[in-house]
Each structure stands twice: as C-alpha cells, then as structure tokens.
Design a protein around this ligand. Structure first.
Ligand SMILES: Cc1cc2nc3c(=O)[nH]c(=O)nc-3n(C[C@H](O)[C@H](O)[C@H](O)COP(=O)(O)OP(=O)(O)OC[C@H]3O[C@@H](n4cnc5c(N)ncnc54)[C@H](O)[C@@H]3O)c2cc1C
Length: 379
C-alpha cells in the first residue's frame, strides 16, 4: 500500500540521476514492467505524477484468472460468472466460461508494487530529448525508457489529441451502492455508438458510458443511466480510451498499455492487455539487463511481438464499427442467438486468448528470458 503523500510545493525536491531502466507511469502497464524486473539487479526508477494507486484510471474489472496470475487477487471486490446484456428489445444472460472480477485500484497497485524492487518518485513527465526524460523535478537519464503514461503517449513527442485521434471516451460515477449483476447496455438511447455499464464492487457500483465516437459527450447519459438505476451520480472518473493499436516501439522507447493502444477495441478492456504487454516488455528489458541482448534487439523483438497481435485488434475494431450499425431489433435477435452455451464458450474463449493469463504464469526466477525467441503469445 502506498504510504507517502504526493510531494507538493516546497517538498518537491529536485530529482536527477541515471538509472538502468526508467519506467514512466505507475499504473497497470508501468507497475507490471517494474514487477517483471524484480530480482534482475537492474536499478529501476518508476515515476508518476501521482502516488501509486492514488488516482483510479478505470472501472477496474478484469478476468479473475489474470488477477490470480499477477498475485493481486486479494484486491478483488466481487466476482461474476454471468454478463447481463440489455438492449431496447431484449435482455440476455451470457454464462461465461471464465469469470470477471472487480477490484480496488489502490489495493491492486499496492500489491503489484509489493512485488517490485524498484525505486519510486512522484514527478510529472514533460518531455524527452534522446535518452533524457524531462520532469517537473528535473532530468532523468536511462538507456532503457518505458512510456506507460497512458493514451497521450507523452514520450513520443507527437500530438495525439481528441477528437481527431482514434480514441473513445469513457466516464463513470461511483455511488455507494451494491448489486450482484455485471451489466452492460447497448442502447442508442444512451449512446449512439458505444455502451453503458454497471460494475458492482461490493460497497460501490461503477456506472458509466463509453462512446466510440470521441465527439459524443458522455456526461448526460452517464447521469441518466445512474438515475435509471436509482443510484446517485457521484464520484466521477473518466478518460480517453485508445481503440487502435500503435507501434509499441519508436525512437528507442518502449510503449506499453494505452500508450501503445493496447486497450482492446469494442470492449475497452485495457487492464489485462496492459499486464500482458507489460510482462512482454519487462522480459525483454530483463534480457538486456542480464547482458543477453542489446537494447536494439529488445526493442525489435518487443515491437514485433506487439505487432503480431495487430490482426486481432483490427478484427475487434471492425466489430466495434459494425455493431452500432445493426438495427436494434436485429441486434436483439442476434444476441438471443448467441446466448447458446456452446457459442458463448467458443467466443469468450477466443476473446480471452487475445491476451491469455497463462502468459503470466511462469514463476519469476524461471521466467523464459533465456529462451530465444523470448516472446511467444501464450495461447
Ligand atoms: C471510464 C473508464 C473505465 C474503464 N474500465 C475498464 C475496465 O473495467 N476494465 C478494463 O480492462 N479496462 C477499463 N478501462 C480501460 C483501462 O482503464 C485502460 O486501458 C488502462 O488503465 C491502461 O493502463 P495503463 O497503465 O496503460 O494506463 P493508465 O492506467 O492510464 O496509467 C497511466 C499512468 O500514467 C500517469 N501519467 C500520465 N501522464 C503523466 C505525466 N505527464 N507525468 C507523470 N505521470 C503521468 C498517470 O497518473 C497514470 O498513473 C476503462 C477506461 C475508462 C476511461
């Protein structure tokens, strides 16, 4: 659990130095990279503008198996074996072949951090020149720099701004309520292209709207969905969500998680992919630290590994574009047809395999960093 408060004002002492690995961003992707480097002997610095776990960045629902594989299952709040999908003309219950769990963000980040042996500092990243990252507290240098800073891809140095960039937008409220149903709404009454959700997490429910079209404002429908569920629209949390894969390396930088567009289109699931690609990146960095590979090799292999997933991301993006075009009555018919157990098992099985939890399962000291090639998709 984080113990330090964010250093502000006079307490914000200058920061400078040279590190073996510099991880910028201390959320799902950055902490996973640092966790993968534990025990490697690398002097790793993780920086974020906030303390670890201070600012929740999602509705925090992920496949339970991933939480177990990452050693963070203790942060679980609720587990669901059924996904309830509402449309204006039908409601279907998908009995999943694996479960989803909601978790507490601060606790999960704390549990990831417990598995790291890196140093941490709060600092706002402002830019980069070559191997030097400029922060509001000073300059930091490293031969191995990771951008896990989210959708802005700050270290790439090129503008990636909504509404022109391939970004969705999401907003949610967190009323103190409870429910035992994991629900989504595909309903143009709330959002023309996108979906609404209600993800219970024991003593709060995360109710929100995601729009695939960044120009569509999600505040009013989020409030309306909360009202329809007789919940209070309180404690807001929202952000842009990338829905297009981007090169995972460039100018000598490793991009992981939302900064590489690793969030899945259609479902906006970006936590397990941040874990998955964070592990992949960490394994490559580890092989450089151990002297088994050059930084150039690691960049090439990690970039290629990410790119081998491109067709899956493109397929999800095509579906994201197609679903809003299906007339609502036809969508209801299609969903009822998909309710069959054999179909649900098949489709959700494929979906999980895009970033399967078995990828994380090798125990830390025995991770396959020696093997060539280091990175193989798990399933
Ligand atoms: C409303 C909403 C709900 C969502 N719900 C889910 C869900 O239930 N399940 C799921 O799988 N995905 C969900 N997502 C997507 C998911 O949140 C992202 O894909 C995921 O957070 C990506 O992780 P990341 O570590 O790459 O980036 P982030 O989690 O965005 O972390 C980026 C980190 O970088 C730091 N940072 C940013 N800029 C700077 C800077 N200049 N200097 C220093 N630090 C900086 C931030 O403080 C943050 O800690 C949701 C997204 C939204 C917006």
């Amino acid at each position: 659990m984080p113990t330090r408060a964010t250093k502000r004002g006079d307490e914000r002492t200058p920061l400078a130095g040279e590190y073996d690995v510099l991880v910028c961003g201390a959320s799902f992707a950055g902490l996973t990279v640092a966790r993968e480097l534990a025990g490697s002997g690398a002097r790793t610095l993780v920086i974020d503008r906030y303390e670890i776990g201070e600012r929740q960045t999602s509705a925090c629902a992920a496949p339970t198996e991933w939480l177990e594989a990452m050693g963070v299952a203790a942060s679980t709040r609720q587990t669901f074996d059924t996904l309830v999908v509402h449309t204006p003309h039908t409601t279907v219950d998908f009995r999943l072949p694996w479960t989803f769990s909601t978790f507490d963000y601060r606790e999960l980040c704390g549990l990831l951090w417990d598995q790291c042996d890196a140093e941490f500092e709060t600092a706002k990243v402002e830019g980069r020149s070559g191997r030097t990252v400029h922060t509001d507290r000073g300059d930091l240098t490293s031969p191995l720099i990771v951008d896990a800073l989210g959708w802005k891809r700050v270290l790439a140095g090129n503008a990636y701004q909504p509404p022109d960039a391939p970004l969705s937008r999401g907003l949610e409220v967190h009323p103190h309520d409870s429910s035992d149903r994991l629900e989504i709404w595909i309903d143009r009454g709330y959002v023309p292209a996108g979906y609404g959700w209600s993800f219970p997490a024991r003593d709060e429910v995360r109710i929100g709207i995601g729009s695939f079209d960044p120009r569509f404002h999600v505040k009013e429908p989020t409030v309306r969905l909360a009202e329809d569920l007789e919940s209070d629209a309180v404690r807001y949390q929202g952000n842009w969500i990338p829905h297009k894969l981007r090169p995972a390396t460039g100018e000598g930088i490793f991009f992981v998680g939302d900064s590489a567009g690793h969030c899945l289109p259609l479902t906006a699931e970006g936590i397990r992919t941040a874990f998955y690609f964070g592990i992949a990146c960490g394994r490559e960095l580890r092989s450089v630290v151990a002297g088994r590979a050059s930084a150039a090799d690691a960049l090439r292999r990690y970039g290629e590994f990410s790119a081998t997933h491109e067709w899956k991301f493109k397929w999800m993006l095509r579906t994201q574009k197609a679903v809003p075009r299906v007339p609502p009555r036809m969508l209801a018919l299609a969903l009822r047809g998909m309710e069959r157990k054999s179909f649900v098992d098949w489709s959700f099985g494929h979906y999980l395999r895009i970033a399967h939890p078995s990828f994380a399962q090798a125990p830390a000291p025995a991770r396959a960093v020696d093997a060539e090639p280091a990175l193989q998709p798990a399933a």
